[in-house]
Design a protein around this ligand. Sequence first.
Ligand SMILES: [Zn+2]
Length: 217
Amino acid sequence: MKIYIEDSLWDSFSFFEEIRKFFKFSVEFSPYKFRDPYFLAYIRVRNPNKKEFYEPFPVEVENEKKGLIKGVIYDGVELLKYFSRDVDISEPTVLITNRLIATFGEDGRYHLRMIVMGPAAIISLKGVLYAPAKFPQYYMMHSFGFDEKIDVKVDKVLKMLLLQFYAYFKHEEIFCENRECMLHNCHTTEEIKKVKGLCEKHKEMLGDVVNLSALTV
Ligand SMILES: [Zn+2]
């Protein structure tokens, strides 16, 4: 598995060893930089109830260049399309970013996401902290500040999300109904706490690629 870490996050990312220990296959880490600040400004979520993009203001492009993106939310599908075109995706490839990502749902609203999956995947570390905790509309309305402390085991969630993408990539397996299984699609911090390992079915499918003892519950 190849894991890119967005360059602004690389120095503070502290889960390299944890992730390596969890998977039995080799995991390669590299820093990644989005080289198109205009595109990043263009795919910002402007309205939680509408999927529409328009010409960014020059100051927004400038702020992208400077990394002044506090409270900005990006369309996760567009971001993933860009990333998937930019890197080799012949093996499972993931980008871990600090950006907030959202996807537009069938209910006509954007929802904050921890992960967006396709031919590759993007995991939002901020999304891990915020997406399961409250409704995205809350954050869109209060997008100036994300200062609350939220009780989530980040390393556990990262392992879950990486394994979910691996299962999707290798086995086209999406999610598991079993609430204790790592492939369960958790939406709240309470649900994340209930996850303990793999169910019987997924132990058979994935038991040989992970060290379950390295899972902090
Ligand atoms: Zn399962």
